[in-house]
Design a protein around this ligand. Structure first.
Ligand code: NAP
Length: 309
């Protein structure tokens, strides 16, 4: 039996990948979405979303599920596959997956997104799942009535701190500068919240405890004083890193590892397109990711037509 060849293999099941699935389905292209181990991508680990048009407020997992259901309305397969490599094979691309299954496509849309950046301090790996978390939605409820720290000063750190106040007794936001990067309205809400405290100009040097996290060793960057911050948990929100390890030598990456691609989603390799957080872009948002997903399908369709595929 001849091996199945997709018009588009979409790598990643976050907002960019799911939107690409919807647009490919509506265009009657034969497509699959390889959603990896984390369906919904980072949306799934986001507590609340307040800036996706049409929803004043929606839980991340609910929006992820709604997008997935919309893809399933079309003749597009959603496969739980972790991609390990992409290779050109004359006119086609081979997409390698864990378990050695190879999926063939005439085009590929890379929408594998990004993953949480690690602090890289002693104790972080040791206490993962025992007080160290990168997902307030997943783990917040385990810290009911406890004291936690959130590391970072961006939108994610502040948004997830506000979410954590539903459960915890106290959130200490530990930030390396004396000013937040987060948007003004999030800052105002955090400053007004009696459960949120701030530790400015501070860097976590180590995460310490016996069986689980008990305290952070924190250094003040101005005074160099090192103090202990007793906490039961630490949520790390210091930005993200692109999921592009499997793409080295396949498409051009920028010095930070993002796929080099403009608003037209075209990469250095004709036939491969990049959508969402995986590509170089000014604004990493769900709305910009879904826009990329749509643009990438249009670009892939044009490529198929131009190549006579
Ligand atoms: P981000 O905006 O890059 O912020 C990362 C924060 O972590 C910064 O405050 C940074 O400090 C700090 N940081 C970075 N490396 C660090 C380290 N090694 N040690 C300690 N602190 C470190 O990341 P993000 O908050 O995850 O947001 C990513 C993107 O998603 C942004 O474009 C953001 O706007 C968007 N987002 C939007 C929303 C929303 O609209 N509601 C929600 C979540 C995310 P400095 O400030 O000193 O650089």
């Amino acid at each position: 039996m001849a091996k199945e060849v997709y018009d588009i293999v979409i790598v990643g099941g976050g907002p960019a990948g799911m939107t690409a699935g919807i647009y490919a389905g509506r265009a009657h292209l034969k497509a699959c979405v390889l959603e990896g181990m984390s369906p919904g991508g980072q949306m799934f680990t986001t507590s609340v979303i307040e800036n996706y048009p049409g929803f004043e407020i929606i839980d991340g997992p609910a929006l992820a599920q709604a997008m997935e259901e919309q893809v399933r309305k079309w003749d597009v397969e959603i496969l739980r596959k972790h991609v390990t490599g992409v290779k050109r094979q004359s006119d086609l691309f081979e997409v390698m997956t864990l378990g050695d299954e190879v999926i063939s496509g005439k085009t590929v849309i890379l929408a594998a997104g990004s993953k949480p950046r690690k602090l890289e301090v002693p104790g972080e790996a040791e206490f993962a799942g025992r007080g160290v978390s990168y997902c307030a939605t997943c783990d917040g409820a385990f810290f009911r009535g406890k004291n936690v720290a959130v590391i970072g000063g961006g939108d994610s750190a502040v948004e997830e701190s506000l979410y954590l106040t539903r459960f915890v007794n106290r959130v200490t936001i530990v930030h390396r500068r004396d000013q937040l990067r987060a948007s003004r309205h999030l800052q105002e809400r955090a400053f007004a919240d009696p459960k949120i405290e701030f530790l400015w100009d501070s860097e976590v040097e180590a995460i310490e405890g016996e069986q689980a996290v008990e305290q952070l060793r924190v250094k003040n960057r101005k005074t160099e004083a090192v103090t202990a911050l007793p906490v039961d948990g630490i949520f790390i929100y210091i930005g993200t890193l692109p999921n592009t390890d499997f793409l080295r030598g396949v498409v051009e990456l920028d010095p930070w590892g993002y796929v080099v691609a403009g608003e037209d989603t075209r990469t250095s390799e004709p036939g491969i397109f990049a959508a969402g957080d995986i590509r170089t872009k000014e604004l990493q948002q769900i709305v910009t990711a879904v826009a990329d997903g749509a643009v990438a399908v249009m670009a892939a369709e044009k490529y198929l037509w131009e190549q006579g595929l």
